[in-house]
Design a protein around this ligand. Structure first.
Ligand code: CUA
Length: 336
């Protein structure tokens, strides 16, 4: 086994991060070398040569002081601008990136692809195909760290964070949890498998069951979201078609973009961000959905298009417990 100086470069970001890292190393390394060389020269050249030698009095040298202040300023400015550009690139996924949902928990990583494929401690990606990861935690803070991609993101409970990759090299790469999260932290490991496009679509086909959108639709029906959020619900709640990415005006008057975190929060704590013109009548669903189910529901809402909302009376499955004779009629039990 060969010893590697740096990990594999397997994503578009890896080369860029490494270039900046090399620049930082070169600058700080050469400053260190020059400092020690000057030190050695001065030790020899300006050593005390006689017992009664008197040190000459030297006062300031403005030109020297200005130059050793201004030169580092511009070098640091280069580091700052270069780093800032890379940072913004690292946190801005391309628009054509495919979403993958990740849940961290003590002590494993669970992944859901939009096509319904699920995996644990593994993540299969296609080469040259950008993906956007939407991550959350079921318990404590974890950190999704893929050295070969040079990306690292803290995964926080109670909200979604994101990162993105453009894998450039096929192979299997380490996935680490990089935030101490309890006794099993060191075993919270996994693999990122980057495959050729053909092999990846084959893999996706093999693993596909219900897509996330389909599963999310079931949850939507199970919790009877359609009894309010449907076109035939006498407008008790807003229709959610095309909500994702739209700017909504809240009752407090502030505007907010309906992203994944907005959708998540609207399900768990609906009355904290009521859309202007609607009454705060929605119950909370906190504690009723697992993180994985919540992600499926969010994926469903993101994909919900005009005219796709189930009608008010549609049920996900045969009503086993609720087969009362008046089931076909009005939904009297839910009148509010
Ligand atoms: Cu999860 Cu450390």
């Amino acid at each position: 086994m060969s010893v590697k100086l740096i990990p594999d470069q397997a994503s578009a970001m890896a080369y860029k991060v490494d270039s900046l890292f090399m620049f930082l190393t070169a600058v700080t390394g050469s400053v260190a070398v020059v400092t020690f060389l000057v030190l050695l020269v001065f030790i020899v050249r300006y050593r005390r040569r006689a017992e009664n030698q008197v040190t000459p009095r030297i006062s300031g040298w403005i030109a020297l002081e200005v130059s050793w202040t201004v030169a580092p300023f511009f070098i640091f400015l280069i580091m700052f601008i270069w780093g800032a550009i890379l940072y913004f690139e690292a946190v801005t996924p391309p628009v054509d990136a495919e979403d993958i949902y990740i849940t961290g928990k003590q002590w494993m990583w669970k992944a859901q692809h939009v096509g319904g494929q699920r995996e644990i401690n593994q993540l299969h990606l296609a080469i040259d195909h950008p993906v956007r990861l939407i991550l959350t935690s079921e318990d404590v803070i974890h950190d999704f760290f893929v050295p070969a991609f040079r990306t690292k993101v803290d995964v926080l409970p109670g909200r979604y964070v994101q990162t993105w990759y453009l894998p450039t090299k096929a192979g299997s790469y380490h996935l680490f949890c990089s935030e101490y999260c309890g006794t099993g932290h060191s075993t919270m490991l996994g693999n990122i498998v980057v495959q050729s496009r053909d092999r990846h679509s084959h893999w996706l086909e093999e693993k596909a069951e219900g897509s996330m959108v389909l599963e999310g639709r079931k949850i939507f029906l199970k919790y009877e979201c359609n009894s309010c959020h449907s076109a035939d619900s006498s407008q008790r709640c807003p229709l959610l078609e095309g909500i994702y990415g739209r700017t909504v005006v809240l009752s407090q008057g502030n505007r907010i973009v309906a992203d994944e975190n907005y959708l998540r929060n609207s399900i768990l704590d609906p009355n904290s961000q009521v859309v202007q013109g609607w009454k705060p009548i929605m119950p909370t669903f906190k504690g009723m959905l697992t993180e994985a189910e919540l992600m499926q529901l969010v994926a469903y809402l993101k994909a919900l298009k005009r005219g796709d909302t189930p009608s008010r009376n549609e049920r996900s499955m045969p009503p086993v417990q609720r087969n009362t004779p008046d089931e076909g009629g009005g939904n009297n039990e839910r009148s509010d």
